[in-house]
Design a protein around this ligand. Structure first.
Ligand code: FEO
Length: 404
């Protein structure tokens, strides 16, 4: 595999990870994920972010380092923007092969390097405004970007080429194979990467949206010519596009999001399911886009990706032993962790010998500041009047979303 020169003396050395594992042990990656490192060659050489021993990643990166005329043993500086192990898992092995390498990282990374890898020597903490001159015109500057994604995160900027090494910021799921740059993507690939950017954002970063907005404002002073994230494609034709995409995604944490509804439903014996088609039809008749997910059949990763962009949410779920249907509790827990706030909501569902789902639903979502219209619940099988009532509520929600 060849290293790709993304700017004068700056190379992408990346690994494509396959689809069989879960990212962070939680999130499915049916189309894989890329982990990008970058080599900057001045008179001295710096490697920015690394990979972990995952699905042949080390072999891929070593091969590309060699292609760029470098090696783990010969780099002078290792820049660690972020300590999560997808970008640092290789550290102990790398350090064993190159004990003199100078590690540059944020101040908050120092104890994490010790905790994860027991490394304390040749570690140099830096912060906003600090720089490292590699010689040959290559100067790296550093900017703290706390909580994008962990508290210790920083970004690195190369001043002569205008390349921003943004680590998780502006990243995406999905492998990057033949087309590495934004200007090479086909229309289908553009859609693919936009969807995988939103899924990555909602799954990994959304909790920290306020910090993302602060970081974007902070970076506005830089003359960014290339955005080089640690996951996903590189933006050289229109770096502003991915920055604005992230700004828009981050803005959804305060609502309103896009004028569409995500409908999440579960059913045990078909009594809640009976209303699914009428509800979908009702929303569509109002001219509002509806994204439909059944849980637990669909993974919450995909549910969250649609919910994050939707101003309205509809939940259909039965009561299960005095509480919510358990897979829906998990969805709501993830929504709570991910800060899916300030949405407009309608909930419906059946119960058997006792209700209870609605009470738990209200308790679990209290902190999310949702605006809920009157729910519809019924015992046993829904009669025509109940179906009509739920349909009318769904239409009312759709009209509210349309009028935003
Ligand atoms: Fe790609 Fe937060 O690590």
């Amino acid at each position: 595999m060849k290293a790709i020169e993304i700017a004068d003396g700056v190379y992408r050395v990346a690994a494509n990870i396959g689809s069989k594992d879960l990212f962070e042990g939680i999130w499915p990656i049916p189309d894989g994920v890329s982990i990008n490192s970058y080599l900057v060659k001045g008179e001295k050489t710096a490697l920015i972010d690394i990979v972990k021993d995952w699905d042949n990643a080390l072999e891929q990166v070593n091969e590309q380092l060699a292609d760029a005329g470098s090696s783990v043993e010969s780099i002078d500086y290792l820049i660690l923007n972020h300590m999560e192990p997808d970008h640092t898992g290789w550290l102990s092995e790398l350090k064993a092969k190159n004990p003199d390498v100078k590690i540059y990282c944020s101040k908050k990374s120092v104890p994490l390097i010790k905790a994860f890898y027991k490394i304390e020597d040749n570690v140099f903490p830096v912060g906003s405004g600090d720089s490292l001159d590699l010689g040959g015109g290559k100067i790296l500057t550093f900017e703290d970007a706390p909580n994008v994604h962990w508290p210790e995160t920083m970004v690195t900027f190369e001043t002569s080429t205008g390349v921003l090494f943004s680590c998780d910021a502006f990243g995406a799921f999905g492998q990057v194979t033949e087309h590495v740059f934004d200007d090479q993507l086909t229309e289908d690939e553009v859609v693919f990467h936009e969807n995988e950017t939103r899924r990555y954002y909602s799954n990994i970063v959304s909790t920290f949206s306020g910090f993302v907005l602060k970081a974007i404002d902070k970076l506005s002073g830089l003359d960014i010519k290339v955005v080089a994230p640690s996951h996903g494609v590189i933006y050289r034709k229109n770096p502003g596009k991915i920055i604005e995409h992230y700004r828009r995604l981050a803005s959804y944490h305060n609502g309103p999001a896009e004028k569409e509804i995500t409908f999440i439903w579960s059913s045990m014996y078909g009594n809640t399911e009976k209303l699914v088609e009428p509800i979908i039809k009702a929303v569509e008749e109002e001219g509002v886009k509806i994204n439909v997910h059944r849980v637990p059949q669909e993974h919450v990763s995909f549910v969250l990706s649609d919910a994050w962009k939707s101003a309205g949410l509809i939940f259909g779920m039965p009561t299960y032993e005095y509480r919510m249907f358990p897979p829906m509790s998990y969805v709501l827990d993830i929504f709570d962790r991910s800060h899916v706030k300030f949405r407009k909501i309608f909930r419906f569902g059946s119960f058997g010998w006792s209700g209870g789902a609605q009470k738990q639903f209200q308790e679990m979502t209290e902190g999310l500041k949702w605006e809920c219209i009157e729910p519809v619940e019924w015992q046993g099988s829904a009669d025509e009047e109940t179906v009509a009532r739920a349909v009318e509520q769904a239409k009312m929600l759709a009209r509210e979303i349309k009028s935003l």
